[in-house]
Design a protein around this ligand. Structure first.
Ligand code: HEM
Length: 208
């Protein structure tokens, strides 16, 4: 793949942040800037989570093996936007009021599940380097990184629970996640079902 492509993709991933910065500096965030920032960072967290999860299926289905080099970058951008989203809540929305935040996490179910989605991403971001793959061993590292599915599911539920009436967007995100999860389950179950079928055919007593 062309060498300049990766830095270009990296810069493209920063466009949502640059847009927010531009709007903030030109007074374009409207009457409720905290809401605009919360929504934009929340949306991009979920989008980057889904993009990260889509890399492996797209790579396998299209044979574009080089895509793997982008998975870590997209995953880290998901964490980056999740951190900005969380900081918007902690800093701009709650002014570091720990009591109020704990109350929110305990009492508002969409915050509880959003918080869970964020916490699940922390070990993934911390162990995203090749050093950690070596230290944990490929199998254990892969098992740990399956947490990204749990985080994405929690992220979709978080969105679902926070919208008041129109659930179309969370439904769309949920459908995409369902397809990606379905693909993984099919890949996992396919060879096992095949092996069981062959085994039962071999064990079936011959009628001739
Ligand atoms: C992986 C973690 C998370 C994801 C994927 C996520 C995603 C989202 C999305 C998609 C939205 C709606 C954006 C829109 O309406 O356009 C949202 C809103 C929101 N999120 Fe999160 N979020 C996460 C974690 C958190 C955490 C940790 C908190 C706070 C503890 C939080 C607090 C909020 C709040 C306060 C809103 C706005 C609610 C409203 O408008 O009524 N989120 N989030």
């Amino acid at each position: 793949m062309i060498r300049w492509f990766k830095p270009v993709v990296f810069l493209l991933c920063l466009v949502p942040l640059a847009r927010l910065g531009w709007k903030a500096s030109s007074g374009g965030l409207g009457a409720n800037p905290i809401e605009v920032i919360t929504h934009a960072t929340g949306d991009w967290t979920l989008r980057f989570l889904l993009i990260t999860l889509a890399i492996t299926p797209i790579r396998k289905l299209t044979g574009r093996l080089w895509l793997i080099r982008y998975r870590r970058m997209f995953g880290l951008f998901a964490f980056f936007y999740a951190t900005l989203h969380f900081l918007t809540y902690v800093w701009l929305d709650k002014f570091f009021d720990l009591r109020e935040m704990l109350h929110d996490v305990a009492k508002r179910r969409f915050i509880t599940v959003g918080f869970t989605a964020f916490v699940l991403l922390i070990p993934l971001a911390l162990t995203s380097t090749t050093g950690w793959i070596r230290r944990l061993g490929g199998k254990r590292w892969q098992a740990l990184h399956r947490l990204i599915y749990a985080s994405a599911i929690a992220g979709v539920i978080h969105y679902w629970w926070l919208v008041k009436a129109d659930i179309r967007l969370p439904l769309e995100y949920g459908a995409i996640l369902g397809v990606l999860l379905g693909y993984r389950i099919a890949v996992w179950a396919g060879p096992r079902l095949g092996a069981n079928k062959t085994k039962s055919l071999r064990e079936r007593p011959s009628t001739s």
